[in-house]
Write a protein that binds this ligand. Structure first.
Ligand SMILES: NC(=O)c1ccc[n+]([C@@H]2O[C@H](COP(=O)([O-])OP(=O)(O)OC[C@H]3O[C@@H](n4cnc5c(N)ncnc54)[C@H](O)[C@@H]3O)[C@@H](O)[C@H]2O)c1
Length: 393
């Protein structure tokens, strides 16, 4: 019969997952939810959705409050970045398993982020619901390959890792000024503007490390270590572009050096003002083996790897269903082909009542590292302790 799932947030990003959730062989019922009625209608009126037998018009909802009352197993929350953690906590309190889009929460106040990390872990533990952190980096081919090598012990002891997310505010292929205007332009977005102005009045200013999970996620997911201490430096903004007046961030770029729980060192860059085509990557060095730029190195050789060699295998029936649902797209979807894996992992975990691979403990580790790094940058690089909630095992 399959599990029942509700998709909350059908904007630019959430809409790229909807057909995959609907097509997965283990979903039996899919509900839709967005405050913008046209975003729900875009799927509700699709022929493939009408034919699927998985969607009925009474399963179209306008608010999270309403869909939380429905008898669904799980909610997939892909709303704006200041809403994820509170909405996931609300959904778990209502008895739903949750998929949380990244970041866990991004607001200007680092302590508020850390508080919501704590609440997300505690609510997951208390309610016994499954929480999946939808980190696209976790399912990039490089990360899948490195986790397999790490499980074999091929790196030896981890020595050093680095992760970076370069996304200039004026990147022609993904202009952050337009992304920001879009997210603030909806009904929910406009509601946030007053709250945002309040942070400004209180002198609380964030930075790019408040959206750190694409850069921290690679090293942390591969090494299994977590950040213990951090010193971070801020830069800029050098540009007088309106973007920085709107975000009110203290810095446009932040560079952090972490001591990790396994004794290794991790360097993370989150840059929004850089003359560089976008880049999201990580490199990991161990005493016996290392990985950089799709090449595995050991003391004797360097082996270049293709994307299919690095990827894990998806079950054949899942891959076939995804291909049939979106014949005009690459079957693995966007962000390094991570979308198909994210959808499969969440649906499969809920259907088999198991903890998703990228769980709440992973999510808070990616997030807390950045939040404390930003606090350090505000204090001129002071070395600060990074909290940890364990791995739940
Ligand atoms: N690589 C990645 O992992 C990646 C990439 C892009 C975006 N994202 C994340 O995905 C999230 C969504 O991005 P987007 O561009 O789709 O945003 P968006 O503004 O286009 O869509 C968000 C949608 O959520 C809806 N919504 C919010 N709260 C609601 C509520 N209580 N009830 C009903 N509907 C509600 C809004 O109406 C809106 O349509 C962002 O937080 C972003 O951080 C992650």
């Amino acid at each position: 019969m399959g599990i029942s799932i509700g998709l909350v947030g059908l904007g630019s990003f959430g809409s790229s997952f909807a057909d995959l959730f609907m097509a997965h062989p283990l979903t039996g019922r899919v509900a839709l939810c967005d405050r913008e009625a046209d975003r729900v209608a875009a799927f509700a009126n699709k022929e493939s959705w009408k034919r699927s037998g998985k969607f009925k018009p009474s399963d179209a909802y306008a608010t999270l409050d309403d869909i939380c009352k429905a008898d669904l197993d799980a909610l997939v929350i892909i709303t704006q970045h200041w809403l994820h953690a509170p909405q996931c906590v609300q959904a778990m309190e209502a008895g739903k398993h949750v998929y949380c889009a990244v970041p866990l929460l991004s607001v200007p106040d680092a302590d508020e982020i850390l508080d919501w990390c704590d609440r997300a872990v505690r609510t997951t533990e208390r309610t016994g619901r499954h929480f999946m952190y939808g980190e696209t980096t976790f399912y990039r081919p490089e990360a899948m390959y490195c986790r397999r090598r790490a499980a074999e012990g091929a790196f030896g002891r981890f020595v050093y890792s680095e992760g970076e997310y370069f996304h200039a505010f004026d990147l022609p292929t993904s202009d952050l000024r337009k992304v920001w205007a879009h997210r603030m332009g909806s009904t929910i977005g406009k509601e946030f503007l007053a709250r945002r102005a309040d942070y400004g009045r209180r002198g609380i200013r964030g930075g790019p490390m408040h959206y750190p999970t694409h850069s921290t996620g690679g090293p942390i997911s591969v090494t299994g270590a977590h950040a213990v201490k951090v010193s971070c430096r801020g830069f800029g903004p050098a540009s007088r572009d309106e973007y920085f007046a709107v975000t009110q961030d203290a810095f446009s770029n932040e560079t952090a050096l972490f001591t990790m729980s396994d004794g290794s060192t991790m360097r993370i860059c989150e840059y929004r003002e850089i003359g560089f085509r976008g880049r999201e990557t990580f490199r990991i060095y161990g005493t016996e083996g290392s990985f950089e730029d799709n090449v595995w190195h050991d003391k004797k050789s360097a082996t270049e790897l293709s994307v299919p060699e690095m990827r894990d295998k998806l079950p054949a029936e899942v891959e076939a269903a995804f291909r049939a649902a979106r014949p005009e797209h690459d079957v693995y979807g966007g962000h390094g082909g991570s979308h198909a894996y994210l959808v499969h992992e969440f649906v499969d975990a809920i259907a088999h009542d198991r903890r998703p691979a990228c769980d709440v403990y992973q999510g808070v580790r990616y997030m807390a590292a950045g939040a404390v790094a930003h606090k350090s940058a505000l204090r001129d690089g002071e070395i600060l302790d990074v909290p940890d909630w364990g791995d739940g095992r």
